[in-house]
Ligand binder design. Sequence first.
Ligand code: TEU
Ligand code: CA
Length: 547
Amino acid sequence: MYDFRKSVVYQIYPKSFCDTNGDGLGDLHGVTAKLDYLKTLGVDYIWMTPFFVSPQRDNGYDVADYRNIDPRFGTMEDFETLCREAKARDIRVMLDMVFNHTSTEHEWFRKALAGDPKYENYYIWKDGDPDTPPNNWQSKFGGSAWAYVPEKGKWYLHLFDPTQADLNWENPDVRHEVQEVIRFWMSKGVKGFRFDVVNLISKGSYESDDQGDGRRFYTDGPRVHEYLHELNQATFGTDAEIVTVGEMSSTSMENCYRYAGADTGELSMTFSFHHLKVDFVGNEKWVLVPFDFQKLKDILFSWQTGMTEHNAWNAVFWCNHDQPRVVSRFGDEGEYWKQSAKMLGTVIHCLRGTPYVYQGEELGMTNAGFTSLDQYRDVESINHYHILRGRGLHEDSVYDILRVHSRDNSRTPMQWDDSAQGGFTSGTPWLSVNPNTKTINAESQIDDPDSIFNHYRKLIALRKQYDVISAGDFAPLDQKNPSVLAYTRTLDGQQIVVVNNFYRTETDWTCPIDLTGFTCLLSNYPDTEVQTKLHLRPYESVILYRG
Ligand code: TEU
Ligand code: CA
């Protein structure tokens, strides 16, 4: 079987990656054009977020046709070229399948609206009067999760935007349709699938939630494991080379043992987000609070040990297209930009799990820094601007919050060079390029041995070289330390000790393990010395090894 424990996945947000025809939108040709760059970095998979036909209300997560490519991104031939060129470089293509919902422009939904009972049963409808939604569930993007269709006198469920109608997985026809879509892309040579919010597909009871927004009734729902097992058996489970990852919204570890267990026949691994909610207040993300370092460690470490004990596999990551940039979030955008970006990379890449690198993370790209609403494009950000203003928050405070939490922070175009549009487009980009492309860009980093890019390149290479990194057991070190994040990985006679100073203050740290005989595999300072009593400089990070 293909050993995905040694692989690293690179996430591409095609719209913001590379534009080859000057329309301001990245395209498939642009991805093909940058494959050599990705080969240099050393990644094994590219996960591309959806480029299927879509009205783009949610940047492609509102799919109107699962089998065709949106002309904005290119053609099927372009996709086939991309797959061929990727394969020639030993890079595998992973697609993003959005099966919790379709766009309301999907043929199925249009037929449902027109009254075709077969397709009506593809979605979730409830009777009710036009003024009272069937329950109090909230959309993840704000407002009620129900939309009323006057012609039908019924409400349909949408856990996201009103143009993203939830599919009715209880209907076996829906499950068969989804299987056919997977088989279609498998026949094109696709070797991986990411399943969007896949733990929301089985709804339980449709009660109003007196304790929250309704998520406890549909998250990790009653039949979700059955559905995933069935999908596995009918499609990707027949090809041992295919790697799958489920995006798990507000999930529990117990459920992930099954979703991502080695022998459970569901998925290869899961994304969970609890470690990123450490700058929230409960589930509320539209607030400004410093991140809770102890909580971050406790959550990351408990997932490391819990998943290991149950023989299940984590996807490990800081960044994606929904999260702010990690160097802005947990690192430093200023004086220690480089050290902190490298340190954060080290933390993730030495954990037990498959690391995901989100485009631009390997360059230390930062948050967007937008100052006015017209710069934002994301439906969630625009909705929350109005929701927060409606609660009486001053405009400046709302902008302060968006600058920290908006999903557009990660969606600004890839910074290839120091030209005005960062080498992303010759036209006008759909979302502004960060002006710091003058100093933060790929061109200036590829040949610089001390760059963040080359640090990531080394981290990726180490995972392939040392089995202890891909397969070793995890154990925390000095978990309560207020500024250091440290752990060990152990496999047979090999061990690594990973020590990270998460702050700009220098700190002395005595390793609870005797470090005699250890050598330094990688550090983000050029002159780190191995000793049991370490003096850690700002954001210093070291990987020590004994074979
Ligand atoms: O995201 C799922 C999700 O619930 C969150 O990431 C959410 O977008 C955000 O954190 C709310 O604060 C997936 C996709 O990654 C995202 O881009 C889509 O918008 C969403 O599903 C709907 O398909
Ligand atoms: Ca284009």
